[in-house]
Design a binder for this molecule. Structure first.
Ligand code: GUN
Length: 291
């Protein structure tokens, strides 16, 4: 079997087009433009790339982008003061603080300082708690984008066996909550799981979010399963020339694609959905907050 390739790039384009249409309508009918504030502390190269992509795509869908690039030596107190200002600023509908933060800053304290109604990452404990208790909330972007891809691929998800490999607050745990909400039977597997290959082989829906290149092997995939690869790992690619690198996911793509029914590629799968859903969350936050 050769798997259907799930086209995250096309799905993300469609979502961004829908967001852009809605932003244009809000501007024409209500005279307001949603604003997304992104805060970057320090010089982490990958974070810098993500933040500039977020700013570019925010502007492309017609929203205001407010960027705060802070020195790596910024104190926790100064960062909390900035978040206080953004919370109070009526032109700011969404606030995203790019992670990871430098070690001298307590990330949990910073995330808790963001007003829950502007928490477009869905990381605030209020939003985490609402998701866990089945209430409406802003939902973390990567799991939200993964769910859109799953629904587009499979339609109804109810009753399916879902295995999420990885238990991070950013992806694994919220992904499991969303699958549960969609009436899947959900297992969260992690580094201490016994016989991980056998657990993965139970999955109709297999989500890999461990951050280890090509960790999930082809023979861990049940024939016909849908595989969502959340990993984005840069690895050496000597076959492309000396010093060259390439991006790979958390799944051994070539082997898994022989067995799976459908699979997300890396790049071009879950990755593009993350910023598109961030823009979707910003639009939702703007509409909720401004009535
Ligand atoms: N760093 C890696 N992924 C994310 C994310 O989804 N949100 C934020 N704020 N930082 C990240």
């Amino acid at each position: 079997m050769t798997a259907q390739i799930i086209d995250g790039k096309a799905q993300a384009e469609a979502l961004r087009a829908a967001v852009a249409g809605e932003v244009a309508r809000l501007k024409a009918d209500h005279g307001f433009v949603p604003g997304l504030a992104v805060v970057l502390v320090g010089e982490d190269p990958a974070s810098k790339v993500y933040v500039s992509s977020k700013a570019k795509q925010t502007v492309e869908v017609g929203m205001n982008s407010i960027e705060h690039k802070l020195d790596v030596a910024t104190t926790e107190a100064d960062l909390l003061a900035l978040i206080g200002k953004l919370n109070a600023d009526p032109a700011v509908d969404g606030i995203l603080v790019q992670l990871p933060l430098p070690k001298h800053i307590d990330s949990a304290k910073v995330l808790e300082a963001i007003a829950p109604e502007k928490d477009v990452d869905g990381f605030h404990v209020v939003n985490v708690g609402k998701l866990a208790t089945g209430q409406w909330s802003l939902v973390p972007c990567t799991p939200y984008g993964s769910m859109i891809l799953l629904r587009a691929t499979l339609g109804k998800l109810a009753g399916k066996e879902a295995v999420v490999v990885g238990r991070s607050n950013i992806v694994g745990k919220p992904m499991a909550q969303l699958l549960l909400k969609a009436n899947c039977t959900v297992t969260i597997a992690h580094s201490r799981t016994q016989d991980l290959p056998a657990v993965c082989r139970r999955a109709d829906i297999l989500v890999a979010a461990v951050g280890i290149p090509e960790f999930v092997k082809g023979d861990w995939v049940k024939p016909g399963a849908t595989v969502i690869d959340v990993g984005i790992n840069r690895v050496p690619a000597p076959e492309k020339g000396e010093g060259k690198t390439k991006l790979v996911g958390d799944v051994d793509y070539a082997a898994a694609a022989e067995v799976a029914g459908a699979i997300t590629p890396v790049p071009g799968g879950v990755g593009p959905m993350t910023i598109a859903t961030l823009l979707g969350n910003t639009l939702i936050a703007a509409c909720q907050r401004r009535g």
